[in-house]
Design a protein around this ligand. Structure first.
Ligand SMILES: Nc1ncnc2c1ncn2[C@@H]1O[C@H](COP(=O)(O)OP(=O)(O)O)[C@@H](O)[C@H]1O
Ligand SMILES: [Mg+2]
Length: 282
């Protein structure tokens, strides 16, 4: 089932057209990364998904609802939650657990039910120990995980993350990404907008945008293999993919699904071990 569907969507700001006759389907329960240079239309796409922006023509269906249907707009925004780039955007409460509860309180959910959901969401995002902390004291990474927790309390069907890690340090990024992967692993539909190739490699599907169009769309291994297209877009495959391509030129047959430094190290170690064992067996 398609949980997000763009049908021949056109959108622009004033005279500046961003999307023209744009179509896209995202299947329920999948983890999709959207990549592209600044200005390629990624944030516009994110805002069209949850009805913050409306198409000029064509239609966007999210969780089975037409985003142009005014009666559904509140419903759409709570079913498809959007997390922004800046960790300080959207924090309204002084205390962590109040912040997590805020959106659900606005939906008029029973206090006992909210309590239950807040505890579960804070555990899920590894913030439960900090539930009574001040939001202002959290690190950037913790603030972004709190943004996810606030969204989870509304029990959304889709999480749209618009460059959520771009202002985080490496540790914050790693922890944030682990949370996202855990959620995706449990069947949450995740759309992760990023300019980080390593992050995108974690998704099942990778869509590359270039000036309002989908230029590449497929599994990360397929997409990253098209170095000519990536170069045209001034994007670069992840470092380990580039290293793998170089090693293949030297006749070393590296599998195509090695994205991380650790996997690469294990693979190379394997070659050495086989080499050493091979020579002792001689
Ligand atoms: N509020 C706005 N008003 C006018 N133009 C905008 C606005 N937001 C984005 N744009 C323009 O629309 C295009 C797509 O922007 P955006 O969706 O933010 O791209 P990305 O998120 O990939 O950087 C860019 O040319 C950008 O300058
Ligand atoms: Mg953007």
């Amino acid at each position: 089932m398609n949980i997000i569907e763009f049908k021949n969507v056109s959108f622009g700001y004033g005279k500046n057209a961003v999307l023209e006759d744009f179509s896209l389907r995202i299947e329920k329960g999948t983890f999709t990364a959207v990549l592209g240079r600044n200005g390629s239309g990624k944030s516009t796409l994110a805002r069209l998904i949850n009805g913050l922006l409306l198409p000029r023509s064509g239609c966007v269906m999210t969780c089975g609802m037409d985003t142009s249907d005014e009666e559904q707009i509140y419903n759409i925004r709570s079913r498809a939650a959007l997390v922004f780039q800046n960790p300080d955007d959207g924090i309204v409460s002084a205390v962590v657990e109040d912040e997590a509860a805020f959106g659900a309180e606005n939906l008029g959910i029973e206090p006992a039910e909210i309590r239950k959901r807040v505890d579960a969401a804070l555990k899920e995002t590894r913030l439960y120990q900090k539930r009574l902390a001040m939001t202002a004291q959290l690190s950037g990474g913790e603030k972004q995980r709190l943004a996810i927790a606030s969204a989870l309390v509304m029990e959304p069907e889709v999480l749209i993350l618009d460059e959520p890690t771009s202002m985080l340090d490496p540790e914050g990024r790693r922890e944030f990404l682990e949370t996202v992967k855990r959620l995706a692993g449990r069947g949450m539909t995740v759309v992760l907008i990023t300019h980080d190739m390593e992050e995108a490699a974690e998704a099942q599907r990778c869509i590359i945008m270039g000036s309002g169009k989908i230029v590449l769309d497929g599994a990360p291994v397929e997409v990253f293999a098209d170095s000519t297209k990536l170069e045209e877009l001034a994007l670069c495959a992840p470092e380990m993919q580039r290293l793998a391509a170089e090693l293949r030129k030297h006749g070393i047959d590296v599998p195509d699904d090695i994205f991380g430094t650790e996997e690469m190290a294990n693979y190379i170690e394997g070659i050495f071990l086989r080499g050493v064992l091979g020579s002792t067996l001689d």
